[in-house]
Ligand binder design. Structure first.
Ligand code: HEM
Length: 274
């Protein structure tokens, strides 16, 4: 098959590695046949688990998308009962995404001692092309969390917020357009909950914010452990867009992730609780 290239921010043809995807979202499934040694054995299993984590998180994220859009609609229609009604599935969906990720990022499942050596190098984090830093596959491009942030009105502040917005250049145009259209309604659900939502809507909105905050704390802690690896000294690899290779980023990673925890916490309705 001829090599096919797409550029960040450009149109998307739908053609992938094994692809004969047409514009109508058809995917040809071919038997998986590892072509390289690093795709077989333990390394292959670890990569497989890692990819599953993202695919399954995105699958759960579809419910976040649907419930999030329903919540925006209820906010626009000033429908009090519908707003509370839809925040319940939204809450379940956010929990389901977090649970899906947490089940895989257990140190004996996606193994902390192997991840930096076997799995991370396969994402192409920190690669450049003609002087431009390419993002490489990462959580920045996860629709599920972007949908939750947009629904709850979590601000995209600081360098990580900017990186999240920039990551949209790597998404297919349809998804990019959806996120841009949603930006204009970023604060609508929160405003509705605050101004005319009933107590059930307030409780459910708060529960959603609390679960996103908890997920981000656990991502920070688990991510730091994976970046530490097996405890032996390795050359530090890039984290993707935020820290260059060679620069120690243990504390810097934690500090950066704390900014996103703080962005999420800032959406609490009651600053002393959730
Ligand atoms: C377990 C090892 C992991 C490590 C070491 C890690 C590391 C990182 C790093 C370094 C960033 C900042 C991006 C950059 O530097 O370019 C980031 C962001 C992010 N990662 Fe991970 N990550 C891990 C697992 C995951 C998983 C399994 C998911 C979800 C399936 C995920 C979702 C995210 C999201 C959504 C962001 C954007 C920040 C946010 O929305 O809070 N990460 N991660």
């Amino acid at each position: 098959m001829p090599r096919h290239r797409e550029s960040p921010g450009g149109p998307h043809t739908g053609r992938g590695i094994n692809g004969t995807c047409s514009g109508r979202q058809q995917v040809e499934c071919v038997p998986y046949d590892p072509a390289h040694a690093w795709q077989s054995g333990e390394a292959g299993e670890q990569l497989d688990l890692w990819i599953q984590t993202f695919v399954l998180a995105e699958a759960r994220g579809q419910v976040v998308l649907v419930a999030g859009l329903d919540a925006v609609q209820a906010a626009h229609e000033r429908d009090r009962a519908a707003l509370a009604g839809v925040l319940e599935p939204l809450h379940h969906a956010i929990r389901a995404v977090a649970r899906e990720i947490n089940v895989f990022t257990r140190f004996h499942v996606i193994r902390t001692d192997l991840w930096r050596v076997l799995t991370q190098p396969t994402f192409g984090w920190g690669l450049t092309e003609r002087g431009t830093l390419l993002e490489g596959a990462s959580g920045l491009q996860l629709g599920a969390t972007q949908f939750a942030d947009l629904t709850l009105g979590v601000p995209f502040s600081g360098p990580l917020g900017a990186a999240l917005l920039a990551s949209r250049a790597y998404l297919p145009p349809g998804q990019r357009a959806l996120l841009s259209a949603w930006d204009a309604h970023h604060g609508d659900v929160r405003a509705a909950v605050q101004v005319w939502g009933d107590s059930r809507a307030r409780d459910l909105y708060s529960a959603c914010v609390q679960d996103m905050e908890r997920w981000r704390v656990s991502h920070r802690e688990r991510g730091a452990a994976y970046l530490r690896g097996d405890g032996r000294s390795h050359v530090m690899a890039s984290t993707g867009t935020q820290f260059e290779a060679g620069v120690p980023h243990d504390q810097a990673f934690r500090d950066l992730m704390t900014t996103r925890v703080d962005d999420t916490r800032s959406r609490r309705l009651d600053p002393d609780g959730a």
